[in-house]
Design a binder for this molecule. Structure first.
Ligand SMILES: [Zn+2]
Length: 348
């Protein structure tokens, strides 16, 4: 019997050592033991081959029963383990990986040569702050969300007013009276549940500007309040964050990417002083055509995707001016000023 078991062990481990498949090795073992059982059952007592292979059929049957119990126990354990594993929740997704539903959602980006899978991953990892959930903030937020920017912050202290709805398309009639940031949050989540929205229902002031902006990689400013614009610009310059700034009035809009850390001017380089009262009337005083913020706010989102993915050429060092009344667009180059009060200290 020991001879047969020794032979079985040599065949098993020798086969393993030579890289023979598990299936083939099990087949060899089955053939060996079938042959032994055959000898035990058919050969007369005293036969040398029968003696050499154990001498008794009963011993082999007991051994086979023990082996069957052992293998059955192992199979049962394996099944229980598989059921336990299946009951465990899915492990948390590592950052920057996509679920199948997201791959479907962003398919038109992924086929774009300039964006592709790596660009879409950068969008998912990006953190963008939008200052103002009004005319320009509305389309910018909608497209940032639709495009799959992973974390979108929005700060505004206004509530939705019926006079906003002619152009601020992220808000709805039913949400009149609701803080704009929560109305925007609802719209974004309804459009793209894979986006993390961070609403800040308050005015951006000097007290929080630095801590807030420091949490984001890129800032989009579409407010119509000069003090806020200068504050956002100063903070972005101090923290070295790029700032996409848009502005509109009546039929005309302008947009640029301010980034003195990378050679482009800052907002103060181009607009050293706020326009005197009365020279830059607000939308409420001068009026603004409904689709214009859609054009400029969407351009802001488009500059954001280029800035994040590195596609094409951004408006860094250029200002694009769009005249909606005559359907004309022109782009002017804008330069840093060494005597700029905000970014002059950075040097050329
Ligand atoms: Zn400057």
């Amino acid at each position: 019997m020991i001879l047969v078991l020794g032979l079985a062990l040599i065949l098993w481990f020798g086969g393993r050592y030579m890289g023979v498949s598990r299936r083939a090795l099990i087949s060899v073992q089955i053939i060996l033991f079938t042959a032994v059982l055959f000898f035990q059952a058919t050969l007369p007592a005293g036969n040398p081959l029968k003696d050499a292979t154990g001498g008794s059929l009963a011993n082999w049957l007991i051994l086979a029963a023990l082996a069957a119990v052992f293998l059955g126990y192992r199979a049962l354990l394996g099944q229980l383990r598989a059921r336990h594993d299946a009951a465990q929740p899915e492990p948390a997704q590592p950052q920057g990986t996509f679920k199948p539903a997201e791959l479907d959602r962003y398919a038109r980006h992924i086929v774009l040569r300039e964006v592709g899978g790596p660009g879409q991953k950068r969008l998912k990892q990006a953190k963008v702050l939008v200052v103002g959930a009004g005319g320009l903030g509305a389309p910018a937020l909608q497209y940032l969300a639709a495009m799959g920017v992973g974390t979108i912050g929005v700060i505004d202290h206004d509530v939705v007013d019926s006079s906003n709805l002619q152009r601020q398309v992220i808000h709805t009639d039913a949400r009149i009276g609701m803080p704009k940031v929560f109305s925007a949050e609802q719209a974004i989540k309804a459009q793209n549940p894979f986006v993390d929205v961070r609403p800040f229902n308050r005015k951006l002031d000097a007290e929080i500007a630095r801590d807030l902006i420091d949490d984001f990689d890129l800032v989009l400013d579409g407010t119509d309040d000069p003090d806020t614009r200068y504050l956002v610009n100063e903070t972005c310059v101090a923290l070295g964050k790029p700032l996409i700034s848009g502005a509109i009035s009546q039929w005309e809009g302008q947009i640029s990417l301010f980034d003195p850390a990378n050679g482009a001017p800052c907002y103060t380089c181009v607009f050293p002083e706020a326009a005197a009262d009365g020279l830059a009337p607000s939308c409420a005083e001068a009026g603004v055509v409904g689709a214009l913020p859609g054009v400029v706010g969407s351009m802001m989102a488009l500059e954001a995707i280029k800035s994040i993915t590195g596609a094409g050429e951004t408006l860094r060092g250029r200002m694009l001016i769009y005249d909606g009344l005559y359907g004309e667009t022109r782009s002017i180059s804008v330069k840093r000023r060494v005597d700029c009060a905000t970014c002059g200290h950075l040097g050329q």
